[in-house]
Design a protein around this ligand. Structure first.
Ligand code: PLP
Length: 446
């Protein structure tokens, strides 16, 4: 029996995938296995960890909180830690975002945003505005609402009967441009589809949801800033809410506290999770403008937002989040982010002309290499081969099919990051063994 404990692991095909690695402890950028191996966590444990594992300030903040209070429901109650966190969050988010609805993880932050958007229009007397627009290649989580907003894929196929329909529009995936342009010749023409949709159907559309500037699980696709700016403009023109899912991009991941800031864009709702606690405990927040929040405050009970999760606003998670904010204040976090970004750019430039490489992309602390492959996509043969190759070298990387990406905790040193890029460069020589691709393959065919 390979799995005597019967732990059902996520995103795992037990019959085919290697047995899970048992990690006994973690520190900084490293995970340590039971048998004494050290593995560099170059994907921040599913994109959550930002300051390194077991950062002492976060660990002691949690320990201190455990001596005061474990948990209390947030309906009809409040507590000092969640209030301290609310003050810090409100300082960090761009105006006019200011109301905060707490939940537990990225998917719930998205569910909350979608539900707030739909109920908002009912509360202001426009119930016909209830459909959602989302992008091709989007990923917003695995619960049913978040899955509905995510692009359809092999992962969502078994649940097609459960998902609600959304309007799907082009994303700015420049390497595989949906309208056949190149960056040199385009004027963000891919946004024309959204423009036409909103012009025609704005009366029935509640919100557009995007992953700002970086579509993560869809392949680490980096959008030109103008794309987000145009989406914002169109939403404003047509009186449609803009939801920015910053679950991955928030808390410095893309170079600023929030990716929207890089484009000078303020959404109407923003979803936050992952890095909010430094990647230590589950917590999420959906933030919105006061105008949206106000539409729920009424003498009519039915205007309230009847949504909540048991662990909403958990004090231990809030203590971790407060400590993480303090690390941003007390340590040179943005200097670290900027050094990572420079190394990524330098190392990607060195490999971009390798025949195995189709495209290289980077934003902030994220670097991605899209490999040419005859079976491009999540189930590419490259994925398991690359994963093993990196693990054998002591690095945790989980390629998204034929896309290798690096997304490290910000405390990674220059030497450690160069080591990761060295191994990626070395892996390129092995690509022809694992996947064939035509020598002159164009982006579209590869
Ligand atoms: C952009 C985005 N939104 C939402 C989610 C879902 O977050 P969670 O896995 O915490 O539910 C993810 C997870 O990767 C994500 O990348």
């Amino acid at each position: 029996m390979t799995n005597p404990l019967r732990i059902w692991h996520p995103f795992t095909q037990e019959a085919l995938d290697p047995a899970p690695l048992r990690i006994s402890h973690a520190k900084g950028v490293y995970l340590y296995t039971d048998d004494g191996r050290r593995i560099l966590d170059a994907i921040s444990s599913w994109w959550t960890n930002i300051h390194g594992h077991c950062h002492p300030a976060i660990m002691s903040a949690i320990a201190e909180q455990t001596s005061k209070m474990d948990h209390v429901l947030l309906a009809g109650f409040s507590h000092p830690k969640i209030e301290e966190l609310a003050v810090l969050l409100r300082k960090a988010i761009p105006a006019p975002l200011e109301s905060i609805f707490f939940s537990d993880d990225g998917s719930t932050a998205v569910e909350v945003a979608l539900k707030i958007a739909v109920q908002y229009w009912q509360n202001v007397g426009r119930p016909q505005k209830r459909s959602i627009v989302a992008l091709e290649h989007a990923y917003h989580g695995d619960t049913v609402g978040a899955m509905s907003a995510s692009d359809r894929s092999a992962f969502t196929a078994p649940f097609s009967s459960m998902m609600f329909p959304v309007h799907r529009v082009h994303s700015a995936y420049c390497y595989r441009c949906p309208v056949g342009k190149t960056r040199a010749t385009c004027d963000i023409d891919c946004v024309a589809q959204l423009a036409a949709l909103l012009a025609e159907k704005h009366d029935e559309i509640a919100a557009v949801i995007v992953e700002p500037l970086l579509q993560g699980a869809g392949g680490m696709i980096v959008h030109p800033r103008e794309f987000l700016q145009r989406v914002r403009q169109l939403c404003t023109e047509h009186n449609v809410l803009l939801i920015a899912d910053e679950v991955l991009t928030g808390f410095g991941r893309c170079g600023k506290m929030f990716a929207c800031e890089l484009a000078g864009v303020v959404p109407d709702l923003m979803c936050l999770s992952k890095g909010i606690t430094g990647g230590v405990l589950p917590l999420a927040a959906t933030v919105c403008t006061e105008e949206i929040h106000r539409a729920f405050i009424s003498q009519d009970r039915m205007r309230a937002f009847y949504h909540g999760h048991s662990y909403t606003g958990n004090p231990l998670a809030a203590a971790a989040a407060v400590a993480s904010f303090k690390i941003f204040e007390n340590e040179p976090v943005f200097e670290r982010i900027s050094s990572i970004s420079q190394i990524h750019q330098q190392r990607l430039a060195e490999i971009q002309n390798n025949p195995a490489v189709g495209d290289v992309r980077s934003i902030g602390t994220v670097a991605a290499i899209e490999l040419r492959a005859d079976d491009a996509g999540y189930f590419s043969r490259l994925r398991p081969n690359l994963h093993k190759f990196f693990l054998d070298a002591g690095i945790l990387l989980r390629p998204l099919g034929n896309v290798i990406y690096v997304l490290p905790p910000y405390c990674i040193t220059a030497d450690e990051l160069h080591f990761v890029h060295d191994r990626i460069a070395a892996s390129l020589a092995r690509i022809p063994e694992w996947s064939s691709f035509p020598a002159n393959a164009s982006a579209q065919s590869a």
